[in-house]
Structures are given as structure tokens and as C-alpha cells.
Design a protein around this ligand. Structure first.
Ligand code: ZN
Length: 94
């Protein structure tokens, strides 16, 4: 009964569902520099998680969940670039 592997779960900032790391994409805000997708999960900086649902990413463009999660402001242009990249990554996963 105690042999199950511990699975680390994170919460998607959009749909609030708890998912495992392979179902989430980390977004990181480095100390200096632009907000970026962290596909390795190892980049330093404040990070937040969004799941691999394109709907969640598209929702980010019209809400401020990402700004809230990263505690910084992100221009709509930067956000659009980020979302486009993430949607591309998700497309590649399928
Ligand atoms: Zn989600």
C-alpha cells in the first residue's frame, strides 16, 4: 500500500486543476529578462504552471492570471508570443 511512487502535482493557474508535471508547462520569469517558457523545468526564477490545454493558454491572453502568477506585468505582445509558442509546443506533443 505504500509502494506507490510520489507524484508531484502542480496546479494550472487557469483551470485550477491539479496535474502532473508532464501535463503542465512551466513559465518562468528570470531575475532579469523576459518571461519565457521553461520546457526543461530547470530554469531559475519565479515560475508558474499552465496545463497543456490550448484553451487555458488562449484564456491567458484575455485574463491576467499569468501576471498574477509571476507577479509582474507582461505586455500583450510578449504574452501573445508566449501563448503562440506554447500552443506550438502542445501541438508537437499530440
Ligand atoms: Zn489548465
Amino acid at each position: 500500500m505504500t509502494s506507490s511512487k510520489k507524484v508531484v502535482e502542480r496546479c494550472c493557474i487557469v483551470c485550477r486543476e491539479h496535474k502532473t508535471k508532464d501535463q503542465l508547462i512551466r513559465v518562468v520569469r528570470p531575475k532579469d529578462g523576459a518571461v519565457a517558457l521553461d520546457l526543461t523545468g530547470k530554469m531559475p526564477g519565479r515560475g508558474t504552471y499552465v496545463c497543456t490545454s490550448k484553451e487555458c493558454w488562449r484564456a491567458l491572453e484575455s485574463n491576467n492570471a499569468l501576471e498574477h502568477g509571476l507577479r509582474c506585468s507582461i505586455t500583450s505582445h510578449d504574452k501573445a508570443v508566449l501563448v503562440a509558442k506554447a500552443v506550438e509546443v502542445i501541438g508537437g506533443m499530440a
